[in-house]
Design a protein around this ligand. Sequence first.
Ligand SMILES: [Zn+2]
Length: 392
Amino acid sequence: MSTQRLEGVEAGKGNRVKLVLGENPFHPAGGGQPGDSGWVEAPGLRCRILDCRMEEGAPVLLGEVLEGTPVPGAEVEARVDEERHHLLARMHSGEHALSRALEKNVPGLRVFKVNVDTKESLITLRWEGELTWEVLFAAEAEANGVIRADLPVTTRVFSREEARVDPDLKANWDRLEGGKEAPESLRVVSLGDYDKVACCGSHVERTGQIGGVLITGFKGTAPQWEVRYTVHRDELLEAWSRPLRRLVRQVGSPPEELEKVYGRLQEERSEARRLLDRLRPFLALPFREEPRGEASFLRLVLPGLPLDLITGPCKETIQEDPKRLVLALLPDEGERSPFLVCRGAGLTGDLKGWLKGHPELAARGGGSPDWISGVTQERDPEKWAKALKEVL
Ligand SMILES: [Zn+2]
């Protein structure tokens, strides 16, 4: 907490406000890290600070007024949310360790963008190779070694010339070499002698304070990849191990066998599909047809059959005679029975819109004006047939 003079106040939409303090204790956003949050208060005045950003070279607080009216020249108490500040510093310092471990372990890999947040953070990288969990596990283990080594984290300002000749320093050289934008000096953050990088974020004092990093996922295709990670390592490992332990008991295989079991299940599933495909041409489904004017209404009720099996025959039915409306209901033991409604090109009417107008069918699904499918709690075909009279 520090006492400050309010040097600038700019009212925004609603209760939004921009504040400038005499000596700003909030760390501004930068380098992919959001700015500090906190409070600016005085008797009769309460402002929640949501972010701090550099605007024209000066830090500006973005907040909302909860009580009173801030006026320039007023004396206020500024309070940074230290818990969030420290968490962002841990996340950001963890990113330094993880990014450098990835770059050291994988030749040609370059981290070029970072989004630091409190719950989970994101590293965007470029690499021509195929990113795998094995690559990520190795980098994660190395980063956690750096964290356990409890290296000092130091910040020093380098001149542009000094920075340019340092072979270990990682910086955005395009910006350094490029005309007006190039800064005269650089803030350089080091993790012992493991990593040295130009950075304007906030950091811990020793790597041990990071606690640990855990990669939570990754996506992308070569050459651009996104890696998600967090410093909430122990909590998350504990939380994730619970469904895993449940699954191990349910499947009856040790954790290291689960991937193999899943692979086998997928194989069996595609084998079953192939079998169905071979069977399909020989299936004659028991449609019940009744004329309705010049058109006809066909219904098919087959308890327990999968939707996959009947979509082909339904399609053929409406192609054979485009003046047909087909209802297929596959009542299941459970709450959700699959259904399908389709019509031939010789009929009009929007089935998708029709379904929305019939909440009594308790159906969930969608499709197009001439073809809808999904699941329903209404297993009585008479109720469906009655509602479908609107269409035919
Ligand atoms: Zn940093």
